[in-house]
Design a protein around this ligand. Structure first.
Ligand SMILES: Cc1cc2nc3c(=O)[nH]c(=O)nc-3n(C[C@H](O)[C@H](O)[C@H](O)COP(=O)(O)OP(=O)(O)OC[C@H]3O[C@@H](n4cnc5c(N)ncnc54)[C@H](O)[C@@H]3O)c2cc1C
Length: 515
């Protein structure tokens, strides 16, 4: 039986590949390896998506920014991976996001020309990656009335018009990680949380069960270190220069009827923008900063007051009634796992490309990159271990292996399951509801009722998170399987429902029995 479970009880003592870390990179490596026919144990010291992968902007981007920096190979790679996610592997979790760059009197002509040229460059990337214009429409110019229709909260007095372009937006970053991990488990990978690797070589890992404190040893033909900003702990030759990125969380009502993402030029910079990003759950994120970080890597990074002020100041330049401190209902920060590069002090200049490195002890580290390119990172890492160990493995298949629940928007439109579940689970929405019915014996109106007026989370998805997604406690449920935890007040409102789900599953069924 395949499963995602907390702790190390019953793990195999020998596998082909041990994957350390279950952010998007480790989950991707587990899926890549298991679909090539290798036996896999994948572990995380905390939980699925505990690290950087849950603090992103939730964009699946086509690499426009890299194009601007002249990094054509990485820009093309991003655009290709975006197309695979949106058209083949995860169309249920990634949708097209319209992004508006307002043009106003204060914007120099040189900057508007550069922005328009950049958006065209992005469209060329889309075409060379063979992503259809039905998936991501071509950019176009808008007049001031059209721009205001899409974002009525913009400052109208100085607005001259805008540019509308499209990129990919995730339903949620942690949901992508969970879905990749569950897909890996469905192919036979053993996926464990609360399982810390305390030391590793290329042929074995020592593990500690964080629930019981028990030590375990597992032999392997290959060990892949996918621990992101913590990668240096398992291979001290890996040097990272983490940079912190902060987002604010606002209620939708703070910038009413903002139906598109808004790119707000950062005053004084040539090509940098702050982003106003409406989320599927009705909140709005405002991001993003880029601050070098030194010293020990914290488990959960914290935004600084300066970053919060900076983001509010930039956004204030574009909106008629700008959000204030009182509108900030949450804020979160993540650390980018950037590889150290000689001769640069600016973290924004460090390469975003991933690297695969093998330590003298034989541990293969895969680090850098981003959510968008996780599949390619995993392919490169597994290619490297196959080449160095001689493991008999099939060629990489993940460009054509749909994640669980995958279906096109057109197919999902015909689903009769509740809309929220379809958005988060695709065709598995029916399985989520059927599982909740079977486990709880409660009526649908109780299983599907939102936790509160402002919190759309349902009991059905919390139960499924425990039975199928390895959720072990309230934090897993509220901070990773759902993202209620991004707003403290919402978290408090949803906590009783999470406790209820844990109690029901504990008393009525065998958790994790479904794979
Ligand atoms: C602010 C910000 C915004 C971003 N926005 C985007 C975006 O919009 N789009 C995009 O494509 N990319 C984005 N990125 C980049 C992307 O989020 C990261 O590149 C990616 O999430 C890194 O994933 P990872 O799996 O390598 O690391 P992580 O997600 O950090 O995973 C590492 C895991 O390893 C575990 N671990 C550590 N040590 C051990 C151990 N000893 N034993 C077991 N487990 C261990 C940790 O608990 C953790 O879960 C953004 C990054 C930041 C910081």
């Amino acid at each position: 039986m395949t499963r995602i479970a907390p702790g190390l009880a019953g793990i195999p003592t020998e596998v082909d590949v041990v994957v350390v870390g279950l952010g998007i990179t480790g989950a991707g490596v587990a899926l890549d390896a298991v679909t090539r026919g290798l036996s896999v144990l994948a572990v995380d010291a905390h939980d699925l998506a505990f690290g950087t992968s849950r603090w992103s902007s939730k964009l699946v981007h086509g690499g426009l920014r890299y194009l601007a920096q002249g990094q054509f190979a990485i820009a093309h790679e991003s655009a290709v991976e975006r197309g695979i996610l949106m058209q083949v592997t995860a169309p249920h979790l990634v949708h097209a996001l319209p992004m508006l760059t307002p043009v106003n009197d204060a914007m120099p002509r040189s900057r508007t020309a550069l922005t328009w040229a950049g958006l065209h460059g992005g469209d060329v990337l889309r075409r060379t990656a063979r992503t259809s214009a039905r998936t991501l429409p071509r950019p176009r110019r808008l007049n001031a009335t059209e721009a205001l229709n899409l974002a009525p909260a913009l400052r109208a007095d100085t607005l001259r018009g805008g540019y509308l372009a499209w990129d990919g937006q995730l339903e949620d970053d942690a949901r992508l990680v969970t879905t990749v991990a569950r897909t890996a488990a469905s192919y036979g990978a053993e996926v464990r949380t609360r399982a810390r690797v305390t030391s590793a070589t290329g042929t074995a890992v020592e593990l500690r069960d964080e629930l019981t404190g028990e030590a375990h040893r597992v032999s392997a033909k290959a060990v892949v270190n996918a621990t992101g900003v913590w990668a240096g702990d398992l291979d001290d030759r890996v040097r990272l220069r983490p940079s912190r990125g902060t987002h604010l969380v606002l209620r939708g009502s703070a910038l009413p009827e903002t139906r598109v993402a808004v790119m707000v030029p950062i005053p004084g910079s040539r090509a940098r923008f702050a982003m106003v990003l409406p989320q599927p759950d009705g909140t709005i994120y405002v991001g993003l900063t880029d601050e070098p970080v030194t010293g020990p890597v914290p488990d959960v990074p914290v935004p600084s007051e300066g970053e919060i002020d900076f983001l509010l100041d930039v956004v204030a330049t574009a909106f008629a009634t700008p959000p204030t401190r009182d509108d900030v209902v949450g804020a979160f920060a993540g650390l980018r796992p950037l590889l150290e590069v000689a001769d640069t002090d600016e973290t924004s200049d460090l390469s975003r490309r991933h690297a695969v490195l093998t330590s003298p002890a034989g541990v293969t580290t895969v680090v850098g990159g981003k959510l968008t390119t996780y599949r390619r990172m995993a392919e490169d890492a597994v290619d490297a271990v196959v080449a160095s160990t001689g493991l008999a493995a099939d060629p990489c298949r993940t460009a054509t292996v749909p994640l669980l629940g995958a279906a096109s928007a057109e197919e999902l439109r015909h689903s009769t399951a509740p809309a929220r579940l379809v958005r988060r689970f695709g065709t598995d929405a029916d399985l989520v509801l059927a599982t909740a019915r079977e486990v709880t014996r409660l009526p649908d109106d109780e299983l599907l009722a939102p936790a509160s007026d402002l919190v759309p989370v349902t009991l059905a998805e919390l139960v499924f998170a425990i039975t199928h997604e390895g959720a072990h406690d309230v934090d897993d449920l509220l901070d990773r399987r759902t993202r209620v935890g991004l707003v403290a007040a919402d978290r408090a409102a949803a906590e009783p429902l999470a406790r209820r789900a844990l109690e029901i599953v504990a008393t009525t069924s065998q958790p994790n029995a479904h794979g």
